[in-house]
Design a protein around this ligand. Structure first.
Ligand code: F6R
Length: 261
C-alpha cells in the first residue's frame, strides 16, 4: 500500500486526476469505479477541468458507482445516481449509458445485485476504483462486521454512517435511509488499482486502522492491505495518527516522478 500525504484537497485532486489521465491515455476504454460523498470531489473537479481543456475524454470509458440508498425515489436529490451525475458525469463526456449504479428501487434486490456484479464482469472489471472511507472504517457501504469476501448486496447502515450523512439530508438523521446496496469487499478488491481518498481529522483513526491496523471485519477498509496496488491519498489532518508518517513521506518524496502512483 502506498501512502501519499499531500497539502490539501486540491493537491489530492491533481494527483488522483493524474492517475486517471494516464490510465485513459493508455486505455481510452478504461472502466472506472466511482465513489460518491465529499472525498472524491476534488478529483472529479480536476477531471472536468481537464476535459473542458480538451486534455482527456471519457467517451470510450465506462463507470460503475459503488453503492446506492435503498428506497429513495428516482427524483430524490440525494440518490447516489443523481449525485454522481450532478458532480461528475454531467460535466464530462461519457457516452449515454456509460455509467451504471446499483438499483436501489429494484423489486428483486438479490437479482439486481447479481446483475450488477455481472455487468462489472462483462465490462472487463474495474481498472481504477476511487474510494472514500467512513469514520467507522467502511469502504463503499461495507460497514463494520461485513464479510471480507462479500459481493454486491443489501446492507444496513450504521447509526454512525447515518449521522455522518445527515448533513446531506438537512441534518435530519431520520431522513437518511437505513439500507443501501453496496459493492462487496471482494468486488472492490478485484479492481486493478484502488485509490482511497481521506481528508480531515475525523478520518484519522479510520486511516490509521486502514494502513497500520490488523486486517479485521471491524475496520473493513483494512482489507486493502491485501491489494497489490492500493494508493491512499491523505491530507495532513487525516494522516495525523499514522505511526510511520515520516517513512511514508520520505518514500513518496524519493520516488521517481515517472513512476506515478
Ligand atoms: C460513497 C461511499 C462511502 C463514502 C464514505 C466517505 O459512495 O462509498 O464509502 O466514500 O462514506 O464519505 P465522505 O467522502 O463524504 O466523507
Amino acid at each position: 500500500m502506498e501512502v501519499v500525504i499531500l497539502q490539501d484537497a486540491t493537491e489530492i485532486g491533481g494527483v488522483g486526476a493524474d492517475a486517471i489521465t494516464v490510465l485513459l491515455g493508455r486505455k481510452p476504454a478504461a472502466v472506472l469505479g466511482l465513489a460518491t460523498g465529499s472525498s472524491p470531489l476534488a478529483i472529479y473537479d480536476e477531471l472536468a477541468r481537464r476535459r473542458d481543456a480538451g486534455l482527456i475524454s471519457f467517451r470510450g470509458a465506462r463507470g460503475f458507482t459503488l453503492d446506492e440508498y435503498v428506497g429513495l425515489p428516482a427524483d430524490h436529490p440525494q440518490r447516489y445516481r443523481t449525485v454522481i451525475d450532478e458532480v461528475f458525469v454531467s460535466k464530462v463526456d461519457f457516452a449515454p449509458g456509460g455509467v451504471q449504479g446499483p438499483d436501489g428501487l429494484a423489486a428483486d434486490i438479490p437479482a439486481a445485485c447479481a446483475e450488477y456484479e455481472a455487468a462489472i464482469q462483462d465490462a472487463g472489471g474495474v481498472d481504477l476504483q476511487i474510494l472514500g472511507i467512513g469514520t467507522d472504517g467502511h469502504i463503499a457501504f461495507n460497514e463494520p462486521g461485513s464479510s471480507l469476501g462479500s459481493r454486491t448486496r443489501i446492507k444496513t447502515l450504521t447509526m454512525q454512517t447515518r449521522m455522518d450523512n445527515a448533513r446531506f439530508f438537512g441534518d435530519d438523521v431520520d431522513a437518511v435511509p437505513t439500507h443501501c446496496l453496496t459493492q462487496g469487499l471482494a468486488t472492490i478488491m478485484e479492481a486493478r488499482h484502488l485509490i482511497l481518498v481521506a481528508t480531515g481529522r475525523r478520518k484519522a483513526e479510520a486511516v490509521h486502522q486502514l494502513v497500520e491496523g490488523p486486517i479485521s471485519a471491524l475496520w473493513p477498509a483494512t482489507i486493502l492491505q491485501l491489494h497489490p496496488h492500493a494508493t491512499v491519498l491523505l491530507d495532513e489532518a487525516a494522516a495525523r495518527r499514522l505511526q510511520l508518517v515520516d517513512y511514508y513521506r520520505e518514500t513518496y518524496r524519493s520516488k521517481p516522478e515517472w513512476q506515478g502512483i
